[in-house]
Design a protein around this ligand. Structure first.
Ligand code: SF4
Length: 549
C-alpha cells in the first residue's frame, strides 16, 4: 500500500489547477446527491463546489446541503476537549508560531510530572474528561518521557470512571506510537500546516526538524499501523491558498479511507492568528481566510467528512464557534496555551485565544439545541492537599537595576544614531563600524531587555491583575512589550537595507521612535509600581491618623 507522500507526489500536482478552477465541471445538485450517497466527496467534486462558491449566492445552497448530509449520520453530541501544554521549549522555527526557537518573548517552561499532575487535578475537578496533551519539539521531552505523562493521565481518568487521552506533538516513529498507545494514548491530532511544499518550506526555516515535509505527510501511515485509529488531520488555514489546502486535506482523508478503511475522527479548522513576537501574524496577508470563506470551508468539510467531527477551538471567538458548531463536532471552551497556564492564569502562550463563557453555560446552550455534551462531568472539589497559590510581589530593587541598565543601552543606541546623522554612511568603514555597534545593541535588547520584559510582565500579572484598572494597564504594558519585539525585528531588517544602500533615513526614524517609546514605557511602569506599592501600604495601614475606636 503506498504511503500518502507517494500518493501525493502524483495527485498533489493536480491540486493547484483544481484550486484555480473558475467554473464547476458538474452540477452542484449532482455533487450534493453523490455526497449524500457516498458519504464523502472526491477532490474533483470538492473543487467544483469551490468553483461554484465563487458566485456568492451559491454558498447558502452548499451550507444547506452540508447540513442535510451531516444530519443523516452525525450523533447528537458535541465532545468537549481541553488542551494541556507540557513544554514550550522548541527547536523549530515555524515563522507563524509564538514558540519558535528564536522568539525572545516566549517564556520557556517544561512541566515536571508533579507540576503536570497538579494542573491535571485542577482540570479534572472542572469536569473535563477528554485531555489533549500538547507539546512543542523539545529535545528533552521525547516520546519516552511523554509516555509517563500519558500514563499518569490515563490512570487519573480511569480513577474517575474513564475518559480520553489525546496528543498533539512532534511527529514520531511508528514504534513510538506503539509505546504511547500502550501507555494509554487513544487519539492523535496533527495538522500538516500547509500541504503546498514550497510554502511549507518557506514557513519552516532551514534547520527545523519539522521541515521534513514528506515525513510529516506520512505520519498517519505510521500512527494507524501502530494501532491508533482515532486521528485528527487538517491544515492551518492562512499559510497558503485555502482552496489548495482544503482540497489536499480532503485528498489526505480519502487516502485514509482507501488505505485503511478509516474515517478521520476529527478535521482541524484552525485559522492563523496573531502570536507574540510573530511578525508574520500581525497583519492580514493574501492568504488570510475571510469569515465568509471560513464558513464555506466548514460546509465543504462537513460534506467531505460527514462522520468526522470538526474541531472548534478558541482561536476563533465564541460567537463564531457557537454559531457554527453542529451535531457531531468537537468543542474547546477552556484553553490555555502555556505549560502550567491553568494554574498560573493569564500567561501569554503559543497564540492568542479568545475568552469564552463558562463550560457550564456553553453546555447549557448546546443542550437547548438538543446536543448532549460529552466528556464534561460535574465539577468536584480539588484535593484538600492542593497547594494554594500565593501572590509574590515583584522584586522591585532588581527590577530598577535592570531598568537602569536598559536606559544606559538606550543612550548608547541614541549615540550611534546621532553618529549616523553626522556620518550617514557614504564611507564604507564608517558604515561597518556603525553596524557592528548596532548589532551589539540589538543583541542586548533581544536577549537581556526582552527577557526582563517577559519576567517583569509575568510578575506584574501575578501580583496586580486583581482589579480592572490594573488589568487595563497591564495589558497596555504587554502590548508595549509586543510592539518592542516587532520594532526590533523591523530595525534589524532596516540595518540590512542600510548596509546595502548607505541611506540611514528609515533606520533613524524607526530607531528614534523605538527609543522614545521605550523610555516612556519605562517611566510608565515605574509610576505604576509606585502607585501599586502605595495601595499595598494603605491596605496594610488603613487608618493613617492612628485613631482607634
Ligand atoms: S508550531 Fe510547534 S513545532 Fe513549530 S515552533 Fe511552534 S511549537 Fe514549535
Amino acid at each position: 500500500m503506498p504511503t500518502f507522500s507517494e500518493v501525493f507526489r502524483v495527485s498533489g500536482a493536480r491540486m493547484e489547477s483544481l484550486a484555480e478552477m473558475r467554473e464547476p465541471v458538474r452540477l452542484l445538485e449532482d455533487i450534493f446527491a453523490a455526497a449524500e450517497r457516498n458519504r464523502g466527496l472526491d477532490v474533483e467534486d470538492a473543487a467544483s463546489l469551490i468553483a461554484g462558491a465563487r458566485e456568492p449566492g451559491r454558498r447558502a445552497e452548499i451550507r444547506t446541503a452540508a447540513q442535510r448530509v451531516r444530519e443523516n449520520v452525525a450523533p447528537h453530541t458535541v465532545e468537549f476537549v481541553i488542551p494541556v501544554y507540557l513544554t514550550s521549549f522548541c527547536e523549530n522555527e515555524c515563522l507563524y508560531c509564538g514558540y519558535r526557537q528564536s522568539n525572545p518573548l516566549a517564556e520557556r517552561v517544561r512541566l515536571s510530572l508533579d507540576e503536570f499532575s497538579r494542573e491535571l487535578d485542577l482540570i479534572l475537578s472542572w469536569g473535563h474528561r477528554q485531555i489533549e496533551l500538547v507539546l512543542s519539539e523539545d529535545p528533552e521531552f521525547g516520546p519516552e518521557v511523554l509516555a509517563r505523562y500519558v500514563e499518569l493521565t490515563r490512570r487519573k481518568l480511569d480513577g474517575l470512571g474513564g475518559g480520553v487521552v489525546g496528543l498533539c506533538s512532534p511527529v514520531y516513529e511508528r514504534q513510538d506510537y506503539v509505546a504511547l498507545r500502550a501507555a494509554g494514548l487513544e487519539w492523535v491530532v496533527e495538522w500538516q500546516e500547509t500541504y503546498h511544499q514550497p510554502h511549507f518550506d518557506r514557513w519552516h526555516v532551514t534547520g527545523s526538524p519539522k521541515r521534513d515535509f514528506e515525513y510529516r505527510l506520512d505520519l498517519w501511515d505510521r500512527v494507524i499501523p501502530a494501532g491508533i485509529t482515532k486521528i485528527a488531520l487538517g491544515a492551518l488555514l492562512g499559510l497558503y491558498d485555502w482552496r489548495y489546502d482544503v482540497l489536499a486535506t480532503i485528498e489526505h482523508g480519502n487516502h485514509l479511507r482507501r488505505a485503511y478503511g478509516l474515517e478521520p475522527h476529527a478535521i482541524g479548522i484552525p485559522r492563523l492568528k496573531p502570536a507574540r513576537g510573530v511578525l508574520a501574524s500581525q497583519k492580514p496577508s493574501r492568504f488570510t481566510v475571510s469569515d465568509d470563506d471560513y464558513r464555506l470551508i466548514l460546509s465543504l468539510y462537513h460534506l467531505a467528512f460527514p462522520r468526522s467531527r470538526l474541531f472548534f477551538n478558541t482561536r476563533e471567538n465564541y460567537e463564531m464557534n457557537i454559531s457554527n458548531v453542529a451535531a457531531g463536532d468537537l468543542f474547546t471552551v477552556d484553553c490555555d496555551t502555556f505549560p502550567g497556564g491553568y494554574l498560573r492564569n493569564d500567561t501569554p502562550g503559543q497564540f492568542s485565544t479568545h475568552g469564552f463563557p463558562t463550560r457550564r453555560e456553553v453546555a447549557g446552550v448546546l443542550a437547548a439545541r438538543g446536543l448532549k455534551s460529552l466528556y464534561l462531568e460535574a465539577e468536584t472539589a480539588l484535593p484538600a492537599s492542593e497547594p494554594q497559590s500565593t501572590v509574590v510581589q515583584p522584586d522591585t530593587l532588581k527590577w530598577r537595576e535592570e531598568h537602569a541598565k536598559i536606559r544606559a543601552a538606550l543612550q548608547d543606541w541614541q549615540a550611534i544614531l546621532a553618529g549616523l546623522v553626522l556620518h550617514p554612511g557614504e564611507n564604507l568603514a564608517d558604515r561597518q563600524a556603525a553596524l557592528a555597534a548596532l548589532r551589539m545593541t540589538m543583541h542586548f535588547f533581544k536577549t537581556y531587555a526582552m527577557e526582563h520584559c517577559r519576567k517583569e510582565e509575568n510578575a506584574f500579572f501575578r501580583a496586580f491583575a486583581a482589579n480592572s484598572h490594573s488589568s487595563a494597564k497591564l495589558q497596555a504594558f504587554r502590548n508595549s512589550h509586543e510592539r518592542l519585539g516587532i520594532d526590533l525585528d523591523k530595525f534589524e531588517r532596516q540595518m540590512a537595507s542600510y548596509q546595502l544602500s548607505g541611506d540611514p533615513s528609515v533606520l533613524l526614524t524607526l530607531g528614534e521612535r523605538t527609543i522614545r517609546e521605550l523610555n516612556e514605557h519605562l517611566v510608565a511602569e515605574e509610576e505604576f509600581v509606585e502607585g501599586q506599592s502605595a495601595v499595598v501600604a494603605r491596605a496594610a495601614c488603613p487608618d493613617p491618623s492612628g485613631s482607634r475606636p
